[in-house]
Write a protein that binds this ligand. Structure first.
Ligand code: ADP
Ligand code: MG
Ligand code: MG
Length: 895
């Protein structure tokens, strides 16, 4: 089994085996960039180590022979007392897990080779001398003990940091550069003492032992708690393992002609072309990011070392052309010689993703299909939220986790009750808690945004806020929240109840005061108020270009869920190709409630028919409006779904009214009748009770009235010159017999109303009860279309009540990794998805022209859209705001 690869043996496509860092080091080596020589131990070796608890057979020998080759190439031996080779031992998984894994630099240093290193560096006169070279060697050695102690032997990092601080304090400086060779020599003694006290053993002097222990520590860092949690949250595979890269050390801390830096080939924030990065002279690796000294902008390097600068720019251009994407880079300059230490396709903001994709197409590096792969629906959704308009005036006071995107501004409140109270008075509020729990639900609903000082992306606050589409920043641990005192402290400020704060759920940033909010340009483009051909907004032009291509490529149509004229109109502007779900419930609310009450209380056929006859023209008028708005496009209307008692006043209220009336000796026949009806119709599990098709079968004339209203509306619109394409959808069918019964009556009415108008009305059903999915072949005999109601289907397949579970225990399920994301947010492919697949296949087998769509929340979820594409549905339907996201993802799924 081959566990070790020389850099020259690998390439960038071997991330599974060599990890991202290893694969890219190999690639850079092979295209001729100056990478220090080294080798990569595979993820397979790591997996074997993690399952058996020991290094796989052969690994030690393979590391040995690659090390020998490396020593030959470098002309030095690891840890040699006279002229040592040093190496770094670097983790590198397939996916980047920032800050999660471990790296040890300067492996090979010990009490003897530290002197050799000083000599190698050019200036040591002996073990006690104090030249710059000695300073460098002892600094490298103390770094090794520190990193090795912490990473390999779990010595608390603070122990070393305190000792370093003490040394600096003794020197009267806060710069580690002011420590000279003697100070560092003394620090090494202290570090070794710390190491001994904490581990019960001496710091290992044997170079190969250092190497083997470091490799093992990198393997083990894969299962460090923070890494495990991070993978769960990011839905990364737990079993992939990390590769280990052993790289010959080059030194950026050899003096002012040395240094280390990071660079981006484009601005990762905006995508703009240019030179972005930071440089730090006389420093080693970690120093740049750790912020211990101030870096200079990369442009300064031109002045400091023009040759290295020009060379770096040349490599950056080469890497961009080679990877055809934004790359980020780590480099080190050792005495004027440039070394490339890492590259990868760099992370970027949503705006940069679209801009860069557009630029790369312009530069001829990628085509439009590839551009579609470079962006995604989540990024597009981010660009559609209103944003804060930030100038220098506003500096964040804290940064937490951007748990649910958006820009929210409001008065701070500390309890759910106060949130509800102030919101009731029309105030915008931000609910601030240490962490939220199910008792906070009402406050979360009432608030504009939620801010917590604890908890990550899967905390209660984060999960519930995302479910509600509400802005949330979680885990802003700089906040010291005092609930009883109704205030929090942050960055020297005290924020009391009623003070205004602004929170950005995308970046996790928290601001004091009211930051102005600006609408999204991208939304203005979708709304049609910003012409993409005319604007000089590069982002809008890039979005337009990608969207146009997505539309030309996608096979899935995108419809919208809309119950009102306004929603329909907006969705149409956003590109909806019809309505996939028009609910009729709201048409029974407001002053129409009274008619519904009459319907429910009707004791004779005549009473009931009267109530229905009064509802008919109202419903017809609603449908006419919607059909006009969707002129020429299909509109799926769902017959009434919720249990009728939802339209009656609450039991307690009725009971009180009746009691009061009786007390006063007043007549309350109507209230009493309503109370009796509510009692009669009470259900323990209304979601599983008398609703959907069951209502249609039990209450004579109800569905018939709706069918008549829909058909009459279609005829009216057609006769006035428009064209309406109604599709009548029967909810909650579980057996074909239910649908057949409704269908017989429906067809009769349609035939009667349509007459010679030429209007055509389809009859279909929702597939939302598992039994319907499992008997879809039979149901398709009676249905012209299926629309998957994946909300109910998820609810019933899992036995989860959507209204109750998210706040109650989903956070725990996410924490335990039972699922990586709420199945209400993204379709559960294995379970619920399987039902969809079965129903689609068996439905189509029974009726080849069967139209298939989906109308649950999942219709606007990126991952789910890809699944629906794979299963071969004809369309997805989602809320108006998600329509562009669904269009983009449907395009991405097709290329
Ligand atoms: P991370 O994945 O956290 O960036 P790295 O393995 O890239 O960790 O290493 C941490 C730092 O050490 C980086 O700045 C890197 O450039 C530097 N470094 C790693 N290996 C070497 C080496 N062989 N010579 C000099 N610097 C190195
Ligand atoms: Mg790195
Ligand atoms: Mg449903």
């Amino acid at each position: 089994h081959k566990y070790v690869y020389d850099f020259a043996e690998g390439n960038k496509d071997q991330k599974d085996l060599l990890g991202g860092k290893g694969a890219n080091l190999a690639e850079m080596t092979n295209i001729g960039l100056p990478v220090p020589p080294g080798f990569t131990i595979t993820t397979t070796a790591c997996q074997a180590y993690l399952t058996t608890g020991k290094e796989p057979t052969g690994l030690a020998d393979q590391v040995g022979s690659h090390l020998e080759a490396l020593e030959r190439e470098m002309g030095r031996t690891l840890g040699d007392p006279e002229d040592p080779l040093l190496v770094s031992v670097r983790s590198g998984a397939k996916f980047s897990m920032p800050g999660m894994m471990e790296t040890v630099l300067n492996v090979g240093l010990n009490d003897r080779s530290v002197v050799g290193l000083a000599r190698q560096a050019g200036g040591s006169t002996g073990p006690d001398s104090s030249s710059d070279s000695d300073r460098f060697a002892w600094d490298s050695y103390r770094r090794l003990i520190q990193m090795f102690g912490k990473t390999v032997c779990d010595v608390p990092g603070e122990d070393f940091e305190h000792a370093l601080d003490d040394a600096k304090r003794a020197k009267g400086s806060d710069l580690d550069l002011d420590l000279d060779a003697d100070d560092l020599r003394a620090l090494v003694v202290t570090y070794k003492k710390i190491f001994r006290q904490r581990t019960g053993r001496e710091f290992p002097q044997e170079p190969r032992e250092q190497l083997d222990l470091a490799i093992r520590a990198v393997f083990e860092s894969w299962n460090a708690e923070r890494a495990v949690i991070y993978r769960r949250q990011e839905r990364l595979p737990a079993e992939a393992g990390t590769a280990v890269n052993v790289v010959a050390m080059v030194f950026g801390n050899l003096g002012t002609d040395s240094g280390t830096g990071v660079a981006f080939t484009r601005d990762p924030a905006s995508g703009a072309q240019g030179i972005y990065g930071d440089y730090l002279a006389n420093a080693q690796g970690e120093d740049v990011v750790s912020g211990i000294r101030n870096t200079v902008p990369l442009q300064e390097l031109e002045r400091i070392d023009k040759n290295s600068y020009d060379e770096l720019l040349d490599y950056m251009a080469r890497l961009e052309r080679h990877y055809k994407d934004l790359c980020d880079i780590e480099f080190t300059i050792e005495r004027g010689k440039l070394w490339m230490l890492q590259t990868r396709v760099g992370k970027r903001t949503a705006a940069a993703a679209f801009n860069i994709a557009g630029q790369l197409v312009d530069e001829g590096l990628i085509d439009l299909d590839e551009a579609l792969h470079r962006v995604n629906g989540a990024q597009l959704a981010q660009l559609m939220f209103p944003r804060f308009k930030l100038d220098h005036e506003f500096q964040p006071v804290a940064t937490g986790i951007g748990a649910s995107p958006g820009a929210a501004v409001g008065k701070v409140v500390f309890t759910s009750a106060r949130a509800v109270e102030l919101a009731g008075q029309g105030e915008a509020v931000i609910l601030v808690r240490r962490e939220t729990n199910p008792d906070d639900l009402n406050g979360m609903i009432a608030a504009q945004g939620i801010l917590t000082s604890r908890g990550g992306k899967t905390s209660h606050a984060a999960v519930v806020a995302r479910g509600m589409g509400k802005t949330c920043v979680s885990g802003a641990d700089q906040l010291d929240v005092d609930i009883p005192a109704k205030r929090f402290a942050v960055a020297g400020h005290t924020v009391n109840e009623g003070d205004v704060v602004s929170i950005d759920g995308t970046t996790g940033k928290v601001y004091l005061g009211e930051v102005p909010v600006m609408p999204s340009e991208v939304v203005r483009y979708f709304e049609g108020t910003l012409d993409p051909e005319r604007t000089d907004d590069v982002l809008v032009r890039a979005v337009h270009r990608v969207m146009t291509h997505a539309d030309s490529r996608r096979r899935l149509a995108v419809r919208t869920n809309a119950d009102t004229k306004a929603d329909a109109a907006r969705a149409r502007r956003f590109g909806a190709q019809g309505i996939g779900l028009c609910r009729t419930e709201h048409m029974f609310l407001g002053d129409r409630r009274e008619l519904v009450e009459r319907l429910i209380l009707a004791s004779t056929d005549a009473d009931r028919e009267q109530a229905l006859a009064a509802l008919l023209p109202l419903q017809r008028a609603d449908f006419i409006e919607i059909f006009r708005e969707m002129d020429g496009l299909p509109v799926t209307v769902r017959l009434i779904d919720p249990p009728l008692h939802e339209f009656l006043p609450p039991l307690e209220q009725l009971a009180v009214n009746v009691a009061v009336a009786q007390e006063r000796g007043e007549a309350a026949a109507r209230e009493e009748a309503l109370l009796a009806a509510v009692r009669r119709m009470h259900e323990e599990n209304p979601m599983l009770g008398l609703r959907g098709v069951r209502l249609g079968l039990v209450i004579p004339g109800l569905f018939a009235m709706q069918v008549r209203a829909i058909t009459e509306a279609a005829v009216a619109v057609t006769e006035s010159g428009g064209s309406a394409f109604p599709e009548i959808m029967v909810p909650l069918v579980g057996a074909v017999q239910e649908l057949e019964t409704v269908r017989a009556e429906t067809e009769k009415i349609i035939a009667e109303v349509v007459g010679g108008s030429g209007v055509e009305v389809l009859i279909g059903t929702m597939i939302e009860v598992p039994r319907a999915a499992l008997t879809a072949g039979e149901i398709a005999e009676a249905a012209q279309f299926f629309s998957f109601g994946t909300n109910d289907l998820t609810q019933m397949a899992w036995g989860f009540s959507r209204d109750d579970v998210e706040g109650a225990f989903f956070w725990r399920y996410l924490e335990l990794g039972i699922f990586g994301i709420s199945p209400f947010e993204s379709i559960d492919r294995d379970g619920v998805g399987r039902l969809v697949r079965i129903a689609a296949e068996e439905g189509r087998a029974a009726r080849s022209e069967l139209k298939l769509g989906v109308c649950g929340e999942h219709g606007g979820d990126p991952d789910s859209v890809h699944f629906f594409h794979e299963v071969g549905l004809d369309y997805v339907s989602c809320s108006p705001f998600r329509v562009p996201v669904a269009r983009l993802e449907a395009g991405r799924a097709a290329v």
